[in-house]
Design a protein around this ligand. Sequence first.
Ligand code: B12
Length: 652
Amino acid sequence: MTHRERLLKVACGEMVDSIPWIPRIDLWHNAKSLAGTLPPKYRQYSVEEIHRAEGWPLHKVVPEFLKPDKPEDIIHRAIGLYRLKEFPYDFEFSSEIEIEVDYQESDDESMTHVTYHTAVGTISVTHGVTAEMKKSGASISWVKEHAVKTQDDYHTLAHLFANLKLKPAYERFSKWKDSVGEDGIAVAQGLGIACSSPMHFIQKTLLDATEFYLHYHDFPKEIAELVEVLEPVYRQLIEILAASPADAVLWSANVDDMITYPAYYEKDILPWCRRAGHKLHAADILTMVHPDGENRGLMDLIPQSEMDIADAVTPYPMTKIDIQEYYERWCRSGKMTIQGGIPEMFLLEESTTRDDLKNYIDHLLKVIAPGTRFIASIGDTSPPNTDFDRLLYIGERIEKEGKLPLQAGSFDPVSHERLAKAGAKPEIRSQPRPADVSDKADDLFATAQQNVLAGDVAKLVDTVGNMLDLNFDPRQILSIGMLSAMEIIGERFKDGTVFIPEVLLSARALNEALKVLEPHLAGMQIEKSAKIMVGTVLGDLHDIGKNMVLTMLKGVGYETVDLGVNVKAENFVKQVSEHRPQILGLSALLTTTMPQMQLVINALEEAGLRNQLKVIVGGAPVNKKFADDIGADGYARDGGEVITLVKSLLEE
Ligand code: B12
């Protein structure tokens, strides 16, 4: 049986001879070959050559976004259009659209600036890679300037996409598929980076990741106009994919229960996944989803999406769900095939020991019996600093013990303690009331709180105005009526009962009402609030978590400064000496960028600034132990916990 045949059978739930093992090594390979540190045996090898030499199937799910035939094939990346071998379609704009391209090179970054002139307005975008991204082997470029900046841009984009036509590019795709041959499944791509639906396309491609949630709430009409124009593009896309020679299509990527929170997923993503799934299945084409994040809130929804393979599944301890639960609910139930299941932390010497890896593989092989519907892989990808021997070790274990139906390995599971903790609901503290607040006043404070919780700007501004007319103390309006509500939001976010949009809307309502309060607060004796700066470290472009942390802290009354993403240690030092914050927050979402946190702390020490402030750290791969090891003053797991942390540090 060839690799391709085996993979196709596993994806359909058939029993084959053994579990396939496909490590994804593109990032690792990019970084190591740039640094000249590939293992000696593989010094001159491409990714494909290494896979073939090791007998691994090829991992052909994520396109080689940064390896176009010609540079102009990726100039439309910031509006979700690629002319690459993995895309079985091409596109063209009508002659009404004028396009200007400007390449900008500097020591720090290589950027492409593109302007689209339409009859109703202009859209401009900038995308590319930073020097740090290149070093760490980045496989996707970064959108520095998004297409949507104002409400009006939706109309212009609707016009732009109304002038877009897709057309088959089967020859290009087939050539690539032939090059993969029987060594794997050549997975075709949908629109953008697997944007599952028109709304998901807008969210992932056209807009800043955090700003999207506010626009989604504020501009439903404008967004609906663009969705309406994108719908026929999506229909046409599905037709082209269904008639293509592809075996499988990656339809939906980076679903995560925070970012594509359950209500949003159900309304704006699921129906299009199902539509695409039905059409593609009718044409005998498999569908894939890439749920590489937290999936607790999506455990029941993703299996309803007509997706056959869930790629890059990253279980506990990197996320909250154990592989046992994933296998039980997604695979054993016959709903999907998992490709992934091995968290990348087990490949890193600095994160785990060889024994941890051994224990994890023992656990995995025990709980996924009988082993059907499972393709062992790394969730999400092998990082640049992967210990290659560990990949070989996993391969050997799977070769020896992965014969199907599975003979379970020795049972030595990783601790479930954290998993239990993750599910535990924190109690929401009742808010302290000063003695001089009457019952009637309590009602108004409660109304203000409710308005903050509902994120209702108009009502909150109204309530605050009423309270001022009734001579309430502005300081109490702020602390009891508004800041306390943000603390509740923080608890609920931590607890998983509210999601990113609610937090952003509440924070915005509070900030608007603050404008009404501020003139009344001026000149009053108010407790001076601390200044807190937060930035994402060098090489890291993840900013949603950082933005949430800033939003929470601002929401409960601290003065905040956003330092942005990809911030060099020397820039942190410069900003600290300029702004003199009491607390500096560092965010990192990548294992490879975590060491930057240590560099920032060292640089602060060298500049003689370390003793003047507290440094706190956070981000998915960071933990308390790491924070202690690098000499940080605190760690918080999420935007709710950060409020408690900051309070306690300021009290020290
Ligand atoms: C969305 C996402 C992306 C988006 C980012 C969009 C954006 N504008 O931020 C895109 C698609 C661009 C992306 C790109 C990449 N990603 Co990514 N991504 C994610 C994903 C799915 C969700 C992250 C997120 O925003 N979560 C929601 C927010 C609210 O949660 P959060 O970030 O964890 O933040 C909370 C806490 O951590 C904490 N916190 C965060 N910062 C701070 C700071 C302080 C001071 C404190 C106290 C607390 C704190 O509070 C926050 C609020 O509650 C994660 C999966 C995951 N498990 O995290 C992968 C993930 C982080 N990505 C990963 C990878 C590998 C990549 C890429 C390298 C992929 C590639 N092949 O190129 C690139 C790297 C680009 C770069 N150089 O940075 C891996 C990282 C693995 C690792 N440990 O190294 C993850 C874990 C996926 C996985 N399963 O392996 N990614």
